[in-house]
Design a protein around this ligand. Structure first.
Ligand code: N01
Length: 537
């Protein structure tokens, strides 16, 4: 690599999404030299790439934004209950400009490797533009859902029309007017984009393998009064979010599901239904633990969905029957099920009639051929570990992170890995991550990492490294907590089931956001219990 340039700094951050942007700001405030590498030409991370029609966040906009700066919180005004991708991206670019973050970010640059020098305990990071930078600390803010999956369907590359992936949507948008469109995939991305595509397309064929639970967002513009009230009470809203199970200011019903009367239960489900979206799975505290409780939620759900689908046979296909409700992330939609009442929309169960191949003119299932002008792949991600696996991360004794994780990711607190001193993960496996509000989660992780770095500096240490024992214990704890819930019953991306050959491991800490934060604080307060603190040699 003769053209490589080399320099040396304190911190390298990979990724300029919510985590990376805050890391840059926070490390700078701490007086450290820091650089961010971002593959995209702009900030935003997942919100830069996932701009398919209908893309919105399923966490309320008033909660899905930075809490660290009261000034930012007061100055920005969200327009809708659930923000669109473009509004979130506007917010992130606004924050980047306001905090002068762009000067610290190298865009259009992908990190290809990160290699530890065991003698100096420094990392050398190499990019696809052949730049090499060494740093004391590397922070992987690479995002849990940033490695899109393209299905291995024979003939996909022979298709004569246009192929789009929801996670790589063209920036100029796509006009499907008059087109015959096929959408493969009915997870959150499919569920959000299908209603909008249906409004444009001449004909839309939805190729569904597994039906998903989806709860209407109940999205609407925020009123001036709501915004004023939220801004006046942000401290309390945030306090509740930090102490919650998922990083939002909503608490479960005070009774357990079966302790409530049928009327109380119905009223509680109805209230959550109107709140909209993913939090339906937290109506009652025991809903994800007790199958009887879960079944109550599922029955309520089924009634709601059957009521809006005209054709009972189509309803039968759209209602999941293979996993407890909430054990895969509940989708958040606007008119998803109603879309199947449209005369130009057909549901194709590829469970019943599998896709066999794609040719120049369309998709062939075991039953028939569908002539198409465009195919949309809403086929998801190699979640949690996919992006990290693409970076050649080499720690002690030449050990590669990807090899160490071949039987499932191994971390301590989702923050550190044994054998990889001074390498930090943001919202990585072993943390609540996607089970919580990802903005607050990223803030919590960056705060913890910055405090740890400050502690090392104050006490004359060169490095911090999770011990193998702490990792083993943490993973065992994560597994034990997961096994006590209904989550492992589903073939979800939480367990890697959507990626052929991926180790089946529940990759998240499911004990709740507040509990997790308490554990992280306790670890730090005890002088970084479970980590080795190393002096420079
Ligand atoms: O991906 P998914 P996603 N043939 O993996 C199907 C977040 N998110 O991008 O279930 C046919 O959920 C696959 O079928 P099956 C959110 O956390 C949030 O939609 O494997 N079908 C499934 O239906 C979410 O959970 C928001 O049988 C194939 C679909 O593709 C996560 O991202 C919005 C197939 C993939 O669904 C991932 O969501 C968007 C094949 N060969 C995303 N391969 C919000 O904030 C795959 N499928 C609202």
């Amino acid at each position: 690599m003769s053209s490589a340039t080399e320099s040396s700094i304190d911190v390298i951050v990979v990724g300029a999404g919510f985590g990376g942007l805050y890391a840059l700001h926070k490390f700078r405030e701490q007086g450290l030299s820091v650089r961010v590498f971002e593959a995209a030409p702009e900030v935003g991370g997942t919100w830069y790439f996932n701009r398919y029609p209908g893309a919105r966040c399923d966490v309320e906009s008033l909660d899905y934004c930075y809490s660290f700066s009261p000034e930012l919180q007061q100055e920005w005004t969200w327009t809708e209950k659930y923000a669109t991708q473009s509004e979130i991206l506007d917010y992130m670019t606004w924050v980047a400009d306001k905090l002068d973050l762009r000067s610290g970010i190298t865009f259009n640059t992908r990190v290809v490797s990160s290699v530890l020098d065991e003698d100096t305990l420094r990392w050398t990071v190499t990019t696809d533009s052949e730049e090499m930078v060494t740093a004391r600390f590397v922070v992987m803010a690479t995002g849990p859902l940033s490695s899109p999956l393209t299905p291995d369907i024979p003939g996909l590359d022979t298709f004569g029309g246009d192929i789009y992936h929801t996670a790589h949507w063209p920036h100029e948008g796509v006009d499907f007017t008059g087109k015959r469109v096929g959408v493969i995939g009915t997870g959150s991305s499919g569920v959000q984009s299908i209603p909008i595509i249906a409004e444009q397309a001449a004909e839309l064929f939805v190729f569904q393998r597994t039906p998903n639970y989806s709860v209407p967002a109940g999205n609407r513009p925020l009123t001036a009064e709501e915004i004023a009230h939220a801004k006046a009470n942000y401290d309390e809203r945030r306090r509740m979010s930090w102490r919650s199970g998922g990083g939002s200011p909503h608490v479960a019903h005070p009774k357990l599901t079966m302790e409530a009367t049928p009327e109380e239960r119905h009223a509680a489900f109805e209230e959550r239904w109107h709140l909209g979206g993913v939090l339906f799975s937290k109506t009652f505290a025991d809903q994800m633990i007790n199958i009887e409780a879960n079944e109550e939620a599922r029955k309520f759900y089924e009634e709601k969905i059957r009521a809006v689908i005209d054709d009972p046979e189509v309803a039968e296909l759209l209602i999941p029957n293979d996993h407890p409700i909430g054990t895969k992330r509940i989708c958040t939609d606007t008119n998803y099920f109603q879309t199947f009442n449209r005369p130009n929309v057909s549901l194709v169960s590829v469970r019943k009639t599998p896709i066999e191949s794609i040719d120049a003119s369309g998709i062939t299932t075991s039953a028939k051929h569908y002539d198409l002008d465009a195919i949309v792949l809403a086929t998801g991600f190699d979640a949690m570990t996919g992006t990290l696996a693409k970076i050649d991360i080499v720690g002690r004794s030449g050990r590669k992170l990807a090899d160490d994780w071949s039987h499932g990711p191994r971390t301590y607190l989702g923050l550190g890995v044994d054998g990889f001193p001074n390498l930090f993960l943001v919202s990585g496996p072993g943390a609540p991550a996607v089970l919580a509000n990802m903005v607050l989660h990223a803030e919590a992780h960056i705060n913890w990492i910055c405090d740890a770095v400050g502690y090392l500096d104050q006490h004359g240490y060169a490095a911090i490294e999770a011990t193998a024992d702490a990792v083993d214990t943490w993973i065992a704890d994560c597994n034990q907590r997961a096994d006590a819930t209904l989550f492992p019953h589903a073939n979800s991306w939480y367990v890697g089931a959507n990626v052929p050959g991926k180790a089946r491991v529940f990759m998240l800490f499911i004990g709740g956001f507040a509990t997790y934060l308490d554990i992280c604080a306790e670890v730090a307060g005890a002088g970084y219990k479970g980590f080795r603190l190393l002096k420079a040699s």
